[in-house]
Design a protein around this ligand. Structure first.
Ligand SMILES: [Zn+2]
Length: 108
């Protein structure tokens, strides 16, 4: 989990540098600084970055997050209050808590 968080933070930093670099490179006075930031960000990643696909990935990630909220229901186990994520629109289902094994019925 820690590893994932590090990667995510790293990606976020690089994306920020790229966007900031792009903004700076629009203006003539700060173009050199902007390009330097872009080169730095690309260099940090170690591979050539297709900026368009980076932006598409970000949009897809946001869409996924929104979709998750629409398709899943977050509830708590009545026995141990563990958070449980359930698919929506499945009618009455028997939920088994992943932590304590407690079974409870829920309408989704
Ligand atoms: Zn439980």
């Amino acid at each position: 989990m820690n590893y994932y968080r590090n990667v995510f933070n790293n990606d976020k930093t690089i994306r920020f540098l790229l966007i900031f670099g792009l903004v700076l490179s629009i203006s003539k006075g700060t173009r050199v600084l902007g390009l330097a930031l872009i080169i730095y960000a690309v260099g940090r990643r170690g591979t050539y970055i297709n900026i368009k696909s980076e932006i598409e990935q970000t949009i897809r990630r946001i869409k996924n997050k929104l979709g998750e909220r629409k398709n899943f229901l977050i509830t708590r186990c009545p026995n141990c209050s563990q958070k449980v994520r359930l698919p929506r629109r499945k009618g009455n289902i028997l939920v088994t808590c992943p932590r304590c094994g407690y079974k409870f019925k829920l309408k989704t």
